[in-house]
Design a protein around this ligand. Structure first.
Ligand code: AMP
Length: 280
């Protein structure tokens, strides 16, 4: 059965009140739609540990620093609802924009430190948009657990931080990145790749995996990073926003790998920005 779609906060709260009264736990999976197996894996993880599961679909204008990116972002609500059928979610919350940002909305949440580097340095305002909408979705759904992908690792760490700092009583659960067979991390943005770009896209993950092997053999980023960057560009990527080794918790920059380290990359392929990260 396709889960019901709710578009208003009042309707959402009427439903969650019934579940709460019955003593049922609630899991939430925040998404921007254009769902793929990565999103569905989060819904399944929620299904395993929560009595009720809400998937939210909201293309949050505040986290787009580029108006064209917002305009071009894929919107596939009908297909999304059909894809979610197999996961057994209970409700799809697709709030109208005024249910999130009513007239007069004037609050912005800023998480300092963790937002300064990586995507935060390249996409001004992006993480403020994320950090503003996520607590709203937590509070609107009153969820006990929230499921986020490691695919957006920096986002996951920021969400953990803000939930802790704001005393929001929710457990933030990180879930592994789901990949295509050729290694490309699944992403809604992959839909925007041309057939030709799609052929080159997996090279980003391939270079990262090779680089990880070198780091684990004792090499330093200052020794092997430039060659890896050159390989990404030679494969047809136009620009690299970053290819960096960082600590997986505080995201501090590293030169050599250590327990908990991760490799992070963001690069442009024919106008599409792809990001990825792996444990190093
Ligand atoms: P998005 O719709 O891109 O905002 O993503 C919604 C959630 O799905 C976020 O928590 C993402 O980290 C997660 N996600 C996106 N792609 C993947 C993937 N390939 N594997 C696992 N989770 C993912």
């Amino acid at each position: 059965m396709i889960a019901p779609i709710e578009r208003t906060l009042t309707g959402l709260r009427a439903q969650t009140a019934v579940w709460r009264k019955a003593g049922e736990s609630i899991g939430v999976v925040p998404t921007m739609g254009a769902l793929h197996q990565g999103h569905l894996s989060l819904a399944r993880a929620a299904r395993e540990t929560c009595d009720r599961v809400i998937v939210t679909i909201f293309v949050n204008p505040k986290q787009f620093n580029n108006p064209d990116d917002l305009k071009n972002y894929p919107r596939t609500e009908h297909d999304d609802a059909a894809k979610l059928e197999s996961t057994g979610v209970d409700l799809i919350y697709v709030p109208d924009a005024d249910q999130i940002y009513p007239d007069g909305f004037a609050t912005t949440v800023t998480v300092s430190g963790l937002t300064d580097m990586l995507c935060g340095a390249k996409r001004p305002g992006h993480f403020e948009g994320v950090a503003t909408v996520v607590p709203k979705l937590f509070l609107q759904t009153s969820a006990d657990k929230a499921f986020f992908g490691e695919k957006d690792y920096q986002q996951l760490q920021i969400v953990r931080r803000l939930a802790k700092d704001l005393d929001i009583p929710i457990e933030v659960v990180g879930c592994p990145t789901i990949r295509e067979e050729d290694g490309l991390a699944m992403s809604s943005r992959n839909l925007l790749l041309s057939d030709r770009s799609r052929i080159f896209a997996p090279i980003l993950a391939e270079v990262m995996t090779d680089l990880r092997a070198q780091l684990r053999d004792g090499a330093a980023m200052t020794e092997v990073g430039a060659e890896a960057r050159a390989r990404i560009l030679a494969a047809g990527f136009n620009e690299i926003d970053y290819l960096e080794l960082r600590d997986g918790t505080d995201l501090g920059l590293l030169d050599k790998t250590q327990p908990g380290a991760r490799l992070f990359a963001a690069a442009w392929l024919a106008g599409v920005r792809l990001i990825d990260n792996i444990a190093a």
